[in-house]
Ligand binder design. Structure first.
Ligand SMILES: NC(=O)C1=CN([C@@H]2O[C@H](COP(=O)(O)OP(=O)(O)OC[C@H]3O[C@@H](n4cnc5c(N)ncnc54)[C@H](OP(=O)(O)O)[C@@H]3O)[C@@H](O)[C@H]2O)C=CC1
Ligand SMILES: O=C(O)CCC(=O)C(=O)O
Length: 487
């Protein structure tokens, strides 16, 4: 395993060139496992650089759109090959920058490669339908056109996969892109952009501007030349992004929080249910919008499930994700750690019973990082904060129920509707769950997290703006339909 020791300064990528911000200000991106380790220095940009990036995107888009889909796809195939060759280095940067373990980071980078290849192929697929006209002398069909300039605002929890699952479809359908990655993981994003640059993407078609959400993110939302905004992050910011885009008639897409339940029915295979619950709740330190945060368990098997779950939680090794044998890394930053700790406190105050964990980890191996114990509560009622609000940390609430109907009611009793999972062998329970769960992702005998790149991804209720990302569904956001009537 190689660890970089020099600290590099990363610039903005505007119109095919790497440039420093005119602000002269930079900020360090630190390792959440060891805050003394500076992963890179990034630009704190101004509106001026954002304007330059949007100008470049706007002026390059016509020529980009004029290429055939297969020509645009060739750039994505090339980018995929370059990313694949840099897999280890980019995954290591991700682990250093936001903490997820190296195997998780490698898996995510490989997923980025696969997403690029999937959308590269999309350049050769159909863009419209022929629709019978009532006039037998006419030809009626639909065609799709790009939106123009797409603004991408991405979070830190999937620093490779999320930027790529937004940029790749935007590009293949003929849009140009300005991305503002989360400051937390801007170095990882810069390395992904380097792969596109190396693949020869034409100047101005893809631009990256780093800086704060309130300046560069908000600036993208309000920019009159940005035709579409795709966002993943918190509900609070997402709603502002949506309102800002709507106010000026721009298209927008929001992927936000989750409070994802797992139902463990009386007939479930408990070993499989425990394995899926642990992985869903604690992988990536619970920092996934699809993470499991509530387990709703049939009374008959409650004690047995709890016992098996706690046995496995005790085995979780927490530490620096670069080290072999570490299963769970740190929280991505101090604020995430404090949020998780404050929810743990709220759980105790509101009367839930802490079964395991609940503390920040201390000691030589932990003091310079943001490490927290995997935590499980029981006696959780649905009115408690830990049963209602997104924690984005390794905290699990166990809720015991008497009937299947009660399980579904509780599972739905939140403002979110992203992902939901059930463990059962009974086909009627499965069908009822599929029918009645208010969630965009329904998982049967599988963990709540885990998304396949070729399938639609998104939530119901307050988890999304009701559109879907990934797979073919991405076409709906990144293009506009023209209905053509020819006579
Ligand atoms: N659905 C998901 O996958 C995610 C959910 N979250 C949730 O959000 C909570 C807070 O995380 P946080 O990182 O603060 O999430 P944010 O929603 O603040 O960040 C997401 C992205 O939006 C940017 N942003 C921030 N403010 C604005 C703004 N006013 N206008 C436009 N863009 C903006 C951020 O920039 P920058 O960070 O550079 O300032 C980042 O690029 C988490 O605890 C979790 O609950 C967070 C990440 C992903
Ligand atoms: O579960 C996954 O793989 C995707 C999760 C996700 O998109 C997110 O947390 O933002």
């Amino acid at each position: 395993m190689t660890v970089e020791t020099t600290t590099k300064t990363y610039l903005n990528f505007i119109n095919g060139k790497w440039e420093a911000s005119s602000s002269g200000k930079t900020v360090a991106s630190n390792n959440p496992s060891n805050r003394d380790d500076v992963v890179g220095i990034i630009q704190v940009s101004t509106k001026e650089e954002l304007d330059q990036a949007v100008f470049a995107a706007k002026h390059s888009q016509k020529a980009w759109k004029a290429l055939t889909g297969s020509e645009r796809g060739a750039y994505l195939y090339k980018t995929a090959d370059i990313l694949e060759n840099r897999m280890d280095e980019i995954a290591e940067t991700m682990t250093r920058e936001m903490g997820k373990t190296l195997p998780e980071a490698k898996g995510e980078t490989a997923r980025g490669v696969a997403i690029l290849r999937y959308y590269a192929g999309e350049g050769m697929r159909k863009v419209g339908d022929v629709i019978p006209s009532t006039d037998n002398k006419a030809l009626m069909f639909t065609s799709r056109v790009p939106l123009g300039v797409v603004g991408v605002i991405s979070p830190w929890n999937f620093p490779v996969a999320i930027p790529i699952w937004k940029m790749a479809p935007a590009l293949i359908y003929g849009n140009s892109v300005v991305i503002k990655p989360a400051q937390e993981t801007a170095v990882t994003c810069a390395k992904v952009i380097e792969c596109f640059e190396k693949a020869g993407i034409p100047d101005g078609v893809l631009n990256m501007v780093t800086g704060s959400g309130s300046v560069i993110g908000q600036g993208l939302v309000e920019h009159p030349d940005v035709n579409g905004i795709t966002f993943t992050g918190s509900n609070e910011v997402g709603k502002m992004v949506g309102q800002g885009a709507l106010a000026r008639g721009a298209k927008y897409q929001l992927e936000m929080g989750g409070k994802n339940p797992v139902i463990v029915a009386a007939d479930a295979d408990l070993d499989i249910a425990v394995e899926g619950t642990i992985s869903g709740a604690f992988r990536s330190t619970g920092q996934k919008c699809t993470a499991t945060s509530r387990v709703i368990i049939a009374g008959e098997i409650y004690e047995k499930f709890k016992e098996k779950l706690l046995e496995k939680v005790k085995e979780i090794t927490v530490g620096n994700g670069m080290e072999d044998g570490i299963w769970m890394g740190p929280s991505a930053n101090e604020s995430q750690l404090n949020t998780a700790l404050s929810y743990i406190e709220a759980g105790k105050q509101e009367g839930a019973t802490l079964l395991i964990g609940g503390n920040r980890l201390t000691g030589a191996a932990y003091d310079k990082g943001y490490f927290i114990e995997p935590t499980v509560f029981e006696n959780v009622t649905t009115d408690m904060k830990i049963a209602q609000e997104e924690i984005f940390g390794p905290v699990l609430a166990l809720i015991q129920v008497n009937t299947f109907e009660e399980a579904i009611t509780i599972a739905n009793d939140v403002k979110f509707g992203l992902s939901a999972s059930i463990y059962t062998k009974d086909i009627q329970s499965m069908l009822s769950f599929i029918e009645n769960m208010e969630a965009g992702l329904i998982r049967v005998n599988a963990e709540s997290a885990g998304v396949e790149l070729q399938a639609p991804f998104g939530g119901m209720k307050q988890s999304s703006s009701h559109s879907r990302e990934q797979g073919e569904a991405a076409k709906e956001f990144f293009t506009a339909i023209k209905t053509v009537f020819v006579k």
